[in-house]
Every structure is written in structure tokens, then in C-alpha cells.
Unconditional design. Sequence first.
Lengths: 122, 902
Amino acid sequence: MGKKVLLIEDEPNIIEAVSFILSRDGWEVKTHSNGHDAMEAVRRRAPDIVILDVMLPGKSGFDILGEIRADPEFAGVPVLMLTARGQTRDREMAERAGASRYMTKPFSNADVLDAVRALAGA
Amino acid sequence: MTVLNILVLVCLLYVVLLFTVAFGADRAARMGRVRWLRSPVVYTLSLSIYCTAWTFYGAVGFAARSGLEFVTIYLGPTLVMIGWWWTLRRLVRVGRSQRITSIADLISSRYGKSNLLAVLVTVLAVIATTPYIALQLQSVTLSFAAFAETDPTATTLPDMQSTALLVAAGLALFTILFGTRNLDANERHHGVVMAIAMEAVVKLCALLAVGVFVVWGLGGGVGATLERIEASAIARFDVSAGRWVGLTMLSAMAFLCLPRMFQVMVVENEDEDHLRTAGWAFPGYLMLMSLFVLPIAAVGLDVLPAGANPDLFVLTLPLGEGRDGLAILSFLGGFSSATSMVIVAAIALSTMVSNHVVMPIWLHYSGGAAMVSGDVRHVALMARRISIAGMLFLGYVYFRISGGGTALAAIGLISFVGVAQFLPALMGGLFWRGATRTGALAGLCVGSAIWLYCLFLPSFGASVFMSEAMRTTGPWGIGWLRPYALFGAEGMDPVLHALMWSLLWNAGAFLLGSLLSFPQPLERLQGAQFVNVFDHSATPGGWSGGMAKSEDLLIMAQRIMGAREAQALFSAAAARQGVAGYLPEPSPDFLQELERELAGSVGAATAHAMIAQIVGGAAVSVRDLMAVADETAQIMEYSSQLEAKSQELARTARQLRQANETLTQISVQKDGFLSQISHELRTPMTSIRAFSEILRDTGDLSPEEQTKYAAIIHDETVRLTRLLDDLLDLSVLENGQVNLNVQSGTLEALLDRAVRAAGGEGEHFIIRRDREAEQVALSTDLDRLAQVFINIISNARKYCDADPAALSIRVTVSGDDLVVDFVDNGSGIPTDKHAVIFEKFSRIGETKAGGAGLGLAICREIMARLGGDVSYLPGQAGAAFRVSLPRAAQMAAQKAPGLAKS
């Protein structure tokens, strides 16, 4: 344990909730709240897992995911995508862009925890 | 009370009457009662400024000195009005279709909107008019002095200089007050024209009254008076045919070219048809004015002691007989003639000076750009006011220097010859398409130089500007350069001599220069418009607006015409093109219209230069075309028409593309609507679900954490509720099922409430209001209107990126609408977003400031229900929203009692 999660999300309350759930489970949680320099945050934090929202100010989550996958150093990092739109088209786009897991808001806390654990173990 | 005191009192009363008439007419015009102001009678009477104090007093003097010759001064204009009616009509048509502001503007506009020509004409006009203004001041002071002499109780004679200064200052004040109300010189000065019309009646009545008195009171009836004329020296004067024809021609030319005549005849003209009435009525007026000139001159010579100034017979005859009342009336007649001429001349010249000299210089030095922010109207108006004061001051200085000695008529004729120099360029421009700028410049320069040398400078008397030796033997002893006998033309009358040589050389240089030079494309186009003004009043324009930015044009137009006028012009043009909002497509038609509107304010040359600055070198393509194919003007115009057509096609294609883009954009937004709603609902629900699970599943939460998480759940629930409220509100509004709850209140109270609800002012947010303008009683759904105001104010608070952010709330009543503008000082909203900000879920920028992007969409729906509109106002300092409400929603715009100015 003690692995590092980077949460890229712009809603302060959701950040707070996810941070609470994961840190109680022993994760080290770093957060970042805009799209412009999300990739720099990934490089700086070098996380074990990235949790990525789709609608971010400055840049879409899909674009950021593309950048992560394009970077040889982080191409293999598991990425859990969160979306509030919940349309099948989004799910397809996420899968095509290389998302490891895809979850629709609102989610149950247990599901997030399970997903993160599963991705970390994979 | 002495006669002199009564005279001063009457004078003051008369001035008060003038102000009242002018004020009343202006007021009536503003309230839309212009029918009687626009009658042909008023137009005809206003033309009578041709009869200045020179005519009023001087004609009798003229007759006493040289017999029937005085008739020439009336004969010239009469011939023009009757025989040249079609020329005048052409002049007026051109003036109106090109929105000409002065004779300098007309000549510059015809010759390719050349400012150099305009400056030349302006300078010449100022030189020629200054003595004339001095002449008017002199006549008023002389007539004052005549009264003082007969008044035994007056211990001290009134100081001539101070009388003149007072008169000059008073006239400057009147002219500035009523002549510079609006910047658009092409707009009618109803107040001034009405006052002049009244003065025309006063001077005619005065002269007729004196005439009747002289013939029946002094002369002993018509028969006896005719005998006196027969017996007097007047009948024995030998009228030289040459001088007779020359003076008649001269006065005819001056009638067309005098800046003040141009002002009343062309610029102030309301309706071309008025010329039809003036064509017979004005000669009739002149005939009445000249009816009693000979009897007064003859009886004056007979009755008054030898050596009495014949220029003042009109005044001294009744005075000598003790008819003080009649004398005062006669004085008022002279006073009227003098003041009306000075007022109009000052308006005409100040327009020329400010448009062609001050504005170009100011534009050049203020960075040369038409895009600098700020209003230029005050600059132009100030320039015009200062020029008026300057003109009158110049006239006063001339009066002081010349000492007021020369006979009145002499100065008048000198001025006439000066302005007659405009004639070749003016007539050539109206009738000959081959006339060019080079020709006009050459003619004007040569003609005015000869006039200055042969007539104007020598007129100051020996050794002021010209030594006696130079006059009698010529400069450096060259005999054929003598100013009064140029090229050996000896023994001629100086006026005729100068007229002949100056016009001969002027016309010669004009013809030769025009034939030898090649006109610029713009000159050709303007030439065609002037010469064929009756065939096609609208011709292919020189503008192609492909690169022009409508918003830049709007910003410029707002600075020159004023925000409201410019916005009205732009939105009308946009409506004609079928485009919504304030920014029409910059088509050649629109650009031409805009240029003409601007020309009405700043003159053709400046307006052209300003538009060229924004639109870019549109005329260049036409010129290139010309240079390559040395074609005739017709072919060139045809090809420029073709070019315009192809540009129009390109524009239509662009409009179609734009329409398509808008449709696609809207359809994408419709597609995204559900996904948006989903997102807006799911986001707060995520927080609610996550924290309620935390509260449920986590056993060891501290009380602070419990409170905090419960508060988050609570806030998110509120947010969710608000979103649902907005959605329902919007849906109700869109379906038109809303019931309006009409209440009454003042706009001020409503804005107070909205400002409070939007969070009020703070250190970083300032609101500027004009409480006086907000005293408007409203009767509408106040809650709904407040909702709109709150939304706009909170948006400014949230999104305005200036620090401190300042929001100005401006209230105006525009036409049938009450308009409330909200303008902030931030960086505004990019032009490409103007069309979509009122759409649902549209947020400017990516920042999430808590809103769902429904606010403006709701505002738009509300305003539609209230019968008004809310729109984005481009071309302001920052983001600007305009809320307009039909007048029906106010209670006749009456001020709320007890609320005015607390």
C-alpha cells in the first residue's frame, strides 16, 4: 500500500469526497483541478493511478488521456475515468482513448474503492 | 429717458426677441412640429441674408454716389434665381445627396475629396468674409453714432470701439448657442433659420416704412418725389454699360459663391421644391427692398445738409425730422441686416474651418487613428465654437485696423470678387466631367493671387501692405505689373479690372490644368455623380468592405455621431440586410451611406479618410484597374460595377456560410442539451451520494467532520433545487404559460433592489448610476424585470476581469423604448460568442462559477414576455448588455412624484 493516486477533477466537493475515501484506505492522494496543465501534474507527481474527470476547464479529459498514453513513461499507467454525462458514446470514446476503467457519476464509494484497488493490483 | 437710452433698451428687447424666436423654433423642431418651420416662405426669407447692412444702408449711398448703378446688386441675384433656376436645383440636389456641409466641402468632394482644395477654399473664404463682417460691425456702430449726434442730452459720445466689441461678442454668443447645437452641420439649424426669417421681415418693413415716410411725408407724394429725382444729381449720372454688366455679373456670381448664401440655399434647404417658390418670391423681396432706394437718396440729397453721409440717409432722414420712432425702426432694420449676415457667415465659415482645418490636424496628431477611444464630437464642436468666436474677433480686429473709413459698398464689392474665384471650379465641377483637381487647384490659386494683388491688398490704402510707389509705377518699376493696370489695362475701374483678370486667369488655368491632367478614379466617380446627379443619384461606390470590420466602424461612428445615432444607423442597416443585432455586413452600399452620414458631421474629405483607415485600400483596386487598362470612364465604371457584383456574390456566399454555421452550432447545442442536463444534475448528486455514504459507513467521524459533510450535502441539494427551478422557469417561459404580475414602481427602486440582491457594491466592484435618469415610473412585472437586472449585475460581478470592476448603468429613453444599458470595464465578450451567449447552457470561458449557463437564456425569455428585449451591445468599453422595454410598460415616462432628486 501507500501507493500514489492523482485525482484530476474540478468540483471541490467531489475532490473532497474521493480524497477522504481513498486516504482512509491508505492511499496517498494528490489532486489537480484544471485541464490546461494536467499533463505536467502527471509528470511531476508520477502517480501509480490517475483518476480523470471528462469535463475539465481548459482541456477535455479525453485529450488529457491521449497525452498520457502518448507519453512513453506513462503509457501504462492505469486511468479511471469519471463522467457526469453517462452516454454510451462517451464510454466508447473513453475506451478508444485508452481508459482502463470508466465510471458514471454518481458512483458509490465502495465501487470507486474497488475499482482503484483492482487497477492498482492489475 | 433720452432717445439713446430708449435705443439701447429697444435693442436689448429685440435681441431677447431673437433669442426667444430661435429657442422656440429649436424646441418646436425637437418636438417634431416642423411643418411650419419647413415652409418655402421661411426658406425664401432666409435667402434674404443676401441683403446685409450694406444693402440696407449702402444701397442708398450707392444710389446717391453713382445713380442707378445700385440696381446691379439686385439684378444679379434676380437673374440667377429666374434664369439659372436649373443650376440652383442641381446645386441643391448635389448638396443633399452628398450631404455637403459647405462650399469648401462641395468643391473638395467633387474633386476626389481633396482636403487641400477644401483648405484653400476655406482660407480664401475667411479672407474674403472678414472685411464683410467688419462692415456689418461698422454699420451698427455708425448708426449708433448717428443717434448720439442728434441727442442733445448725451454728454459723452458712445465709444465706437466698445459698441463694436459688444455687438461682436453678443453675435458670437448667439451663433454659438444656436449654430452649434448639433454636430451634424447638415442638420437644419431651425432656430437660426427662423430668427433670420424674422429679421428679413423686420428689415423689409423698416425700409418700406422709411420709404413711405420719405415719399409721402417729405417728398409730397409720388409725382413730386419723381420730380425731385429728375432734378437731383442722381439722374445725371452717366451709367457706363461695361460697369453695369460687370457689376450685375459680379453680384450674380457672388450670390452663388458666398459661403453664407451657400449655407442658407443648399445646406439649410429642406426641400428642393422650395426653390420653385423662392424663384419668384426672392426677386419679389429684392424688388420691394429696392423700391424706395432712389426716392430716399434723392430726398436725402435735397433735404440734408451737404456732406451728410449718404450711407446713413435711411436713418438720418427720419432723425432729422424728429421722427424718433421711425428712426428706431429703421435702426432695427439695419441691425437685423447686420446680425443675420454675421450669424450665418460665422456658422458657414466655422463649419469649414473646423471640418477642413482643425479636424484633419487633430486626427493627424491624435495618433492619426480613427480607432482611439473617446468621443471626438466635443473636439469638433469645440473647434466650431472657437472658430465662430475667432471669425467675429477677426472681423472686429479688421474693423479697428481699417478705422471704418471706406464707403460701405467698396468693401462689399471687394469681398464679392474674392468669392467669385470659386465659380470656375464650382460650375466646372457641376457641368464638366473633364474638370480635375489639378485644374481646380491651379484656377483657384491663380485667381485668388490676382485678387489679393490687384484688389484686396491695395484696398487697405496707401503704404499698409503696398507702397504708393508700387501702386503707381509697379513693383521694381515694371509698368505692366501695376496692381490697378495689370498687363497695361489702363483706365479701368479697379473692381472690374480685378474681376476681369482674376476670373480670366482663373478660368484659363482651370481649363488648361483640367485638360492636361489625368483625374484620379475617385474624382471620376464623384464627377459622374455631380454632373449626372439627375440621372443616377446612386452610383457604384468605391468601397469594398471585404476586410472591413463592422465593429470597428461602429466604434468610430459612435465617436463622431454619438452612441445613440450610430447604433440606430447600424441596426437599421442591419435590419435592411436581414441581419439581427447591431452589426450589418459592410457592403459598399452601407459603407457609402455611413460615409455620407459622417460627412454630414466632419466633411467629405475627413469622412473618406476615416473610413479608408478602417476599410483599407479599397479604392486602390479600382486605380490599378485604371492604370492597366487605359479605358474610358464609362468602361471603368462598368467594370467597377462588375467588381461590385462579384463582391456581392462573395458576400452572399459568406452570409450563407454564416447562416449554415449558426444552424450547425444551434443543432450541436440542441444535441448537447440532454447531455448537459445530465451533467448538471449528476454533479451535485455525486457529492450528495458520496458524503451521505461517508456519514452512513464511517463510524469514527469527528463532530466537525459530520457537520461539514452535512453542510456540503445541504449546499448541493440547494444547488440542485436551483437548477431544477431554473429549468422549470425556462420551460414555463418558453411555453408561454407564464402569468405576468403587473405592479407599479420606479426604475430607481427596482435597480436598488436588484443591486442589493446581486450582492451590492464592494471594494472590487463599483456600480455607477445616474439616479436622476432613473426616475421613470414603471408598470410591468417588476419581479421578473428585477430577475433580469439581478442576473446581468451578478454576471458583471462574476465575470468582469478588471480590478476594481466597475459597472455603469445608463438609462435613456430612445424612441418608443426605455433603454437600460449595463456596461462594465472588463475585456468584454469576443465577437464570435455574441450570437450564442443567450443560448441555454452557454458559458463564456471554461471557468465554472457555479451557474448552469441558463441565466441569460431565462433573461431573454422574460424580456420577450414583457414585450422588450435584452441584447449584447457591441463596440463598448467592456461587456455591455442592453435591456429595452417598450414605452407602454412605463406610465408615460412621467416622473414619480416625491421621488425626484432626494
